[in-house]
Write a new protein. Structure first.
Length: 223
């Protein structure tokens, strides 16, 4: 990897807030919906970071899936099921208007996928969602792993599940990336064909992905 080119670190924060609290016969006008925030860092050669911040959102489809998991009941009106897990990430270049690639369009709760997902890798069989059109190749890559953290900076108000995703030298090259999504599916096996249901979507100013640039997502889910 050419160390002269900056790497990019994207930190995404999904908050459920009060949406998971027990609430009987109470109308809470201040009730917060699932929401989040994404922080994008240029990782400079000297280790310093330059920050850009953008809003992020847990989608309605993600909340439907979470309800299925909590109660272990399959909702036949959804594409997800109670045996699915968050295994995959998708990338896209439809997070900004074509005329203004530095100004993201915020996600909405009714989004059912990425606005314009892109082919991530042509022939790495550890990836998933293989398609022959519009560009042949795999459209999902696996997450690296998950760690559980205490929210010590906020009086332990949340449990944090932090997902790490590395878009390496061979993935998503030649695209101006501006959106990403976490997806649930039945299997983490390479070659998984779905269905894939989007859990959360984030948009950000376009990042030019090349083989000399590593893109790292630290996607934190606050529960």
């Amino acid at each position: 990897m050419d160390k002269k080119l900056n790497d990019i670190q994207v930190q995404v924060h999904d908050y459920y807030g009060h949406c998971l609290q027990d609430n009987i016969n109470v109308v809470d006008k201040n009730r917060r919906l699932p929401h989040g925030f994404v922080e994008i860092y240029d990782v400079l050669p000297d280790g310093k970071k330059k920050l850009i911040g953008q809003p992020n959102l847990v989608l309605y489809t993600g909340r439907e899936w979470l309800a299925e998991r909590i109660f272990n009941v399959n909702n036949t009106d959804t594409t997800s099921s109670n045996v699915d897990f968050i295994y995959w990430v998708g990338l896209g270049n439809g997070g900004t208007p074509e005329a203004d690639p530095l100004t993201p369009t915020a996600p909405t709760s009714t989004d059912t996928g990425l606005n314009n997902d892109i082919m991530i890798n042509l022939n790495d069989s550890t990836n998933a969602d293989y398609r022959t059109t519009p560009v042949e190749g795999y459209y999902k890559q696996p997450i690296d792993g998950v760690e559980f953290l205490q929210d010590i900076n906020n009086n332990n108000s949340y449990l944090i599940a932090r997902v790490t995703i590395t878009v390496g030298a061979n993935n998503a090259n030649g695209y101006n990336l501006s959106e990403a999504g976490l997806f649930v599916a039945k299997s983490s096996s390479g070659g998984e064909t779905g269905p894939f249901t989007i859990y959360s979507r984030t948009t950000f100013p376009s990042i030019v992905k090349t083989s000399s640039r590593i893109l790292t997502f630290l996607w934190s889910i606050y529960v």
